[in-house]
Design a protein around this ligand. Sequence first.
Ligand code: URP
Ligand code: ZN
Ligand code: ZN
Length: 480
Amino acid sequence: MSTFIRGGTVVTAEQSVRADVYCADGVIKAIGLDLDVPAGAEIIDASGQYVMPGGIDPHTHMQLPFMGTVASEDFYSGTAAGLAGGTTMIIDFVIPDPEQPLMEAYQTWRGWAEKACADYSFHVAVTWWDDSVHADMGKLVREEGINSFKHFMAYKGAIMCDDEVLYNSFTRALELGAMPTVHAENGELVFQLQQKLLAMGMTGPEAHPLSRPPAAEGEAANRAIRLAEVIGCPLYLVHVSTSDALNEITRARNSGQRVYGEALAGHLLLDESVYQNPDFEAAAAHVMSPPFRSKSHQDALWKGLQSGNLQTTATDHCCFCADQKAAGKDDFTLIPNGTAGIEDRMAVLWTHGVGTGRLTPQEFVAGTSTNTAKIFNIHPRKGSIQVGADADIVVWDPEGTRTISKTTHHQKIDFNIFEGMEVKGIPSHTLSAGKVVYAKGELKVERGAGQYVKRPAYAPAFHALEKIADANQPVPVKRN
Ligand code: URP
Ligand code: ZN
Ligand code: ZN
């Protein structure tokens, strides 16, 4: 099975160049001008189109058990929706319950993900601490290809980490050459504000953003970054939604810390007015954490992407339908947190990024694919168009248009936060491991065709950090 993409412009994070691309055996075999078409190859006419690395969404939650229910999108339907939108790989999250062995949770998620039709990998959350967690982190890195560990600084009474867990886990991650990541919100402050708002009779979704003010994110971002500074490890902040958190990231980066930030398509495009909708279903459908913010934060996030202080984009795809959101009809704190977007991220970011001049096509590729592959150590296998790389490719029609709607999307959710948005710039074809899995509106996916992608630990960067740590070792004062 081989595929020949003819006459397009190959866009990578580094360059744009006219070239044909030949894919066989799951990888890119040849790139060049006017290549001969090998016998039997399926030909895609890419004239007038861009040929780019498939999107990588580093933040999804397929079939996540959360807040008393289970996310409606599973690994099959979710990866299929991603492929329809040009996303060819996800990094999902294994989230053990407190006291649950990490390895046990990891095996459960591996089982669930076997039905995926696009490649996938996992961050593993550290939700508690003891010697077995220390040992399992080692096994996950050395035997299972996990190189990132997630920490929720919010969700008190459920999966929230205190500073002791953060300290232990960041220290262990450094030792293993793995990346700690954080959901940065001060969970105690959020909890106290939730109780206060409920006591005031504020029970509807409009209270959700009030319970999670920007300062709660800024404080947690600063705390995590400062812990990472002292421990000497890098840090990745997921779903950065405020200028408060972005300012902490920027400050740390300017002082030489390896700190990375992710922006969600939703946070870039929607604002907090969605919570004022008098229709409970519509307002509750937007309840996610951190919440949508004011326009000034959106502007800051775009500038963060433009300046490179935010490197990646994601969706935090976590679907709950109206009947699930109804659990919080009388108490906003019981509305399952999460919104969808895996199918729309690429088109929305192209339209509002490249289409407005905020991003160049190369910056778009960097922000939707290459930077994620680099930060999570799977580049150039993923996130690049080069000979030998996985043939995960999107053929992008910059003139193609679509109106986003829950009535036409492939996502398994009865709401779309981008409903009615006209996008210009859409995939015409998506290739996964060299196979055409989406062509002009038609999905041709195969259940279980997606492969688990192992991500090795980051030896070189960490050796550099160890050298710095060695040079800064304290020396006892010699006394008589
Ligand atoms: O609201 C969200 N984001 N739900 C999924 C869990 C998380 O915090 O990422
Ligand atoms: Zn989160
Ligand atoms: Zn999430």
